[in-house]
Design a protein. Structure first.
Length: 136
């Protein structure tokens, strides 16, 4: 089998079965390994405490006891509505919003000063024409 055939076989396998997994160790081998590691670490204070007292405290091994008759919940009265509470009106009148300019960051045109300047220039030109033409 060539390398490409092996790669195609791995990629063609369904998910979860593409690669082989190591065989799980038996529980006795795990327990032996656990015991050996604990013996090596017996100078550690946490391991020493665990060996003396166990993994869990004794009170955690007992089943949880619940009371047979739990107290009944106290009924909470519903809040009363105040006499001045009215539902909100359907369409409350809003104040008008200020008018926004339509151009962003563009300075507004000054139309009135432009018209005034144009009219004054035309009048000055007409007056200068009449003055120049009236000279002998």
């Amino acid at each position: 089998m060539t390398d490409t055939d092996r790669i195609r076989a791995v990629l063609g396998a369904p998910r979860g079965r593409r690669f082989t997994r190591p065989v799980a160790t038996t529980t006795t081998a795990t327990a032996d390994r656990h015991r050996i590691l604990l013996e090596e670490m017996r100078d550690n204070p946490r391991v020493r405490y665990r060996q003396r007292h166990g993994v869990l405290p004794a009170w955690m091994d007992e089943p949880r006891r619940r009371p047979t008759n739990p107290p009944a919940p106290v009924p909470v009265p519903r809040p009363r509505t105040a006499p001045d509470d009215d539902p909100r009106p359907q369409n409350p009148k809003r104040p008008p919003l200020p008018r926004r300019r339509s151009r962003h960051r563009k300075p507004p045109r000054r139309l009135l000063p432009l018209l005034t300047l144009h009219a004054l220039t035309a009048l000055a030109g007409a007056g200068a024409y009449h003055l120049v033409m009236s000279l002998p």
